[in-house]
Design a protein around this ligand. Sequence first.
Ligand SMILES: Cc1cc2nc3c(=O)[nH]c(=O)nc-3n(C[C@H](O)[C@H](O)[C@H](O)COP(=O)(O)OP(=O)(O)OC[C@H]3O[C@@H](n4cnc5c(N)ncnc54)[C@H](O)[C@@H]3O)c2cc1C
Length: 142
Amino acid sequence: MTGSTTPIHQLSVAVRAKIISAWDTSRLAPFGATYRALTAIVKTSWLLSSPTINSVLGFPRVPIHGKPAKGFRHEFLHLLPNNEPGNPPETITTDVVVIGSGCGGAVASKNLAESGYRVLVVENEWYTLTQGDSSSISCRSC
Ligand SMILES: Cc1cc2nc3c(=O)[nH]c(=O)nc-3n(C[C@H](O)[C@H](O)[C@H](O)COP(=O)(O)OP(=O)(O)OC[C@H]3O[C@@H](n4cnc5c(N)ncnc54)[C@H](O)[C@@H]3O)c2cc1C
């Protein structure tokens, strides 16, 4: 594949780059496919790990004109499976139940809470504590 008897890891970076670039225009399909797969991995790794990509693209972590809104008082409940026979069911009183705290559920919950409803958001994924968060729960099924 390299056209050289020297193992590829012993070649210089410049030679390796030249070999891999040549695969892009190779008439043999597996070479082209290998080139595309390798370059996709490298590009994705770089995009995910680069400390400079966001500043180079001018892509801030938070919207430039965005301001944090006033939050709502909330508490986290960790509901464990209740499989024991004879255990009474958990009873929670609320106005609205929102299943899932994704983009849709979070915005719906926020709008409903702003309108004065008591909202229970049920989420089956992990909750990650953010800095300054007073909640002590970090769990799946919160
Ligand atoms: C890799 C990727 C990148 C994306 N990038 C962008 C982007 O840059 N810009 C953009 O606008 N959109 C982007 N999207 C799309 C965007 O994330 C979705 O359109 C959006 O999250 C959909 O919101 P949702 O509330 O419908 O669902 P989700 O955000 O998927 O939320 C659903 C929630 O419900 C929970 N849930 C599911 N089943 C249950 C259950 N039975 N009980 C309790 N909880 C449950 C899930 O755990 C999840 O938290 C991207 C999507 C992906 C996958």
